[in-house]
Structures are given as C-alpha cells and as structure tokens.
Ligand binder design. Structure first.
Ligand SMILES: *Cc1c(COP(=O)(O)O)cnc(C)c1O
Length: 400
C-alpha cells in the first residue's frame, strides 16, 4: 500500500544529487545548483503522467486542498460540499480558508452520491470536493456534469488515488483541479508532500504565487524575478529532497499498482466464498490503484461476525464504521465544535453559531459503512502472509 515499502537505490541516487549541490531549496541559487531543479522536474513529470498541462507541488495533501480552494477564491460566507467518508484533512482545508463544509452521502462506490450532491447545492456552494477514496474512482463524470450545470468548480481530492484512472483518464484530471498527497501512508510518498494538477494556466499561476508568499515565478520559473505582488499568500513550498524522492517514486508507481492488483485479486477470490458477500462498486477495475480491497456483508451484525473470525486468525479487517479518522459520525471534534480559537471560530462567528453538525443526518452512509470490511493491500506481500489471510477468509466463509 505505501510507497515506502519500495524505497531503494533510486531514491538515494536522486537525494544524493541534491546533497551534492548543497541547494535544498526549490527557488533561487542558480549557479550552485548546476541545473538541478528536482521539485520543478517532479512537477513536470507528474503533470505529464496525469496527462494535464500543469502541476504545483506543495508541502502536503492538506496544503494542496487549501491552495486549490484559496486560488479558486473560496472564503468566508461560502459553502464547500464534500463526502461523509474521507480523511479529516478534506474538511480541515475547507474550514481553513474560512468556508463551511457540507457533507453528502456516499453510495456503494464508497464515494460521493451525485443525487445527494445535487440536493445539497445552494447559492453559497463555491466548490465541490469529491474524494476518490481508497484508490477507487468517484462518479466523477456525473459529478462534473452536475457542477458544470451550476457553474461550480470541482476539486478532486485524489490523495488516495495516485496513478488511478477512470476509462483511461487520470483521476484528478476530470475537475477544475485535482489534489494529491505524498504522506507516509500514501501510494507514492515523499515523506510529506502534496501536488495540485490542472489544465488551467491562470489557476496554476495563482497557486504558484500563493504557495510562495505571493512571489511571481513568471519571468524566472526557477526563481522569483518579478517584484510586486498580486495578493497576500502563504508558505507551502516543497523542498528539493522531497522533489527528488517524488521523481524516483513516480517512476515506480505503475509497478507498485501492478503488484497491488495481483495481491488484491487473490484476496477477492478468497473473500468471494463468504456467503452473502458483495464487493465495493469499483467503476473501472482496470483503472483503480488497488491500494485497498473493500467488501460488504448483508448487515452490520454479519460484518462484525466475519471480522471476529478474521481477528481470531490474526487477520482482522478495517471496520471504517468504527474508525475515528475517516467517517463523519466519528469526528467528535467536528460534532462538538472543538477549536483552539477563543472566539469559537470556525464554528462560531461574532458570538453567533455558524454551523452545527448532527451525527444522524447521513443515514444512507451509515447503512453502507456498517456493512463494510476493508483490507489494505501491500505492495510487498509474502506468499506466507497472503496464504494466512486467504485461509482466515476461508474460515470466515464456513464459521461466521
Ligand atoms: C492523506 C489525505 C489527505 C491529506 O494529505 P496530507 O499529505 O497527510 O496532508 C487529504 N485527503 C485524503 C482523502 C487523504 O487520505
């Protein structure tokens, strides 16, 4: 599952090239760096890999979401729609630009339900963030069609789906822009890091300036050059060591996905024998990145019974209904409006409650999540461990 499983000589070689110049920074130092621009090269290669015109590297997947929303002009008074099943980072970024997150149901793709999306669009909706959870595509074509009808930009949170495609087109390249994460547990990793891809040159320039305090990079793409700033910015700059690792990891991405697909199909074969089992609706089996294997039991009790057998065999599955990081009713800090700001922001503004989150408002997601069991799919998986998991699934098929 995570790219760190295959760290090797390729990453070391790229890192050494940076250390030999002594320039750890992506901008400036034109003489000392002797033509080495790792972050810029990583951006160019990543854009080419995804089939888009532009890529902007940043410090994390959360920063990528923040930079994308800021560049789209989203701020206080606005609503941004995302889904009930995602990592907390998606809505942290929405709050961080001053907007309010609105949550919609997921369906058996485990991603945004377009029908519920359309119900929740209001005049205040200024962006829609579908998430391609666990490497499988959202119904992105339908979502983009709806968003286009309302004139609302789509930011695809592709943090968990690097290298995945829908009908031959890279996830992250369907919407106005797509964001990626290269954190410790992602399909490809740079330690920490993120990227935004887009075909909109103007949006890309805005992001490039925003993530570097408003410096413009037009006259001199490796440096700053221009004086004067168009707007206030922030610092989300990726450093050269991360760009170096990213280049090596990107070159391995297709191989990592191929290994995961092999492992996933073995797990699926074994799980298929469990009575009543059904599988996640993966819209494009050939295009997904297969970092996770997700299956359903007919109801919550059956899912728990199956997982009990798996756990007893040392092969417990992830039950996202219980996991506190990825599912709406489990985010106690969001539901409770817990914030460090003494004013209560972002839940309270000018002594008035801005928004309250009720854990019971997404029943369709709850009905799906309680039946769901998930295995992470490693890149490197020994025949022994794979055999153990398959045997545990076989045991669940007869015992649970
Ligand atoms: C990991 C993740 C992020 C955030 O990425 P970081 O690089 O850890 O900031 C955002 N969205 C989703 C869906 C993620 O899984």
């Amino acid at each position: 599952m995570p790219g760190f499983e295959v760290f090797g000589e390729e990453e070391k070689k790229e890192i050494l090239e940076v250390l030999e110049t002594g320039v750890l920074f992506r901008y400036e130092f034109p003489e000392q760096r002797r033509g080495v621009y790792k972050v810029r090269s990583f951006e160019e290669n990543f854009a080419r890999y995804c089939g888009v015109g532009y890529a902007q590297a940043v410090t994390s997947g959360t920063a990528a979401l923040k930079v994308a929303l800021a560049a789209l002009g989203v701020g206080p008074g606005d609503e941004v729609i995302t889904q009930s099943f995602t990592f907390v980072a998606t809505w942290e970024a929405i709050f961080d630009v001053g907007a309010v997150p609105v949550f919609v149901e997921v369906d058996e793709t485990l991603n945004m339900d377009p029908k519920d999306l359309e119900k929740k669009i209001t005049e205040k909706t200024k962006a829609i963030i579908p998430v391609h959870m666990m490497g499988g595509p959202a119904r992105i074509e339908e979502i983009v069609a709806i968003a286009t009808r309302y004139g609302i930009p789509v930011v695809e949170d592709t943090a968990q789906a690097a290298g995945a495609k829908l009908h031959g087109k890279a996830l992250g390249s369907f919407g106005t822009c797509g964001t990626f994460s290269f954190d410790a547990v992602k399909t490809m990793t740079t330690g920490e890091g993120g990227m935004v891809i887009t075909n909109d040159e103007g949006l890309w320039r805005t992001m490039s300036e925003y993530q570097d305090h408003g410096h413009d990079h037009v006259q001199n793409p490796g440096g700053r050059g221009g004086e004067g700033r168009r707007f206030i910015g922030f610092n989300y700059r990726m450093m050269e060591l991360q760009g170096a690792i990213g280049l090596a990891q990107l070159a391995k991405l297709d191989g990592m996905i191929a290994a995961q697909k092999r492992h996933k199909s073995r797990l699926k074969e074994a799980a298929a024998k469990i009575p009543g089992v059904t599988f996640r609706n993966v819209l494009d089996e050939a295009g997904e990145n297969a970092t996770f294997f997700a299956f359903f039991l007919p109801d919550g009790d059956r899912a728990q019974a199956v997982n009990q057998v798996l756990r007893a065999e040392g092969c417990g599955a992830i039950a996202f209904a219980e996991n506190t990081w990825h599912y709406y009713p489990k985010w106690e800090h969001l539901l409770g409006g817990a914030t460090l700001a003494k004013s209560g922001w972002p839940f309270v503004s000018h002594n008035k409650q801005r928004v309250i989150y009720d854990p019971k408002v997404l029943p369709a997601s709850a009905a799906i999540m309680e039946r769901l069991l998930v295995f992470q799919v490693p890149i490197t998986l020994s025949e022994e461990r794979l055999g153990q998991i398959c045997a545990a699934l076989a045991k669940a098929a007869v015992k649970a």
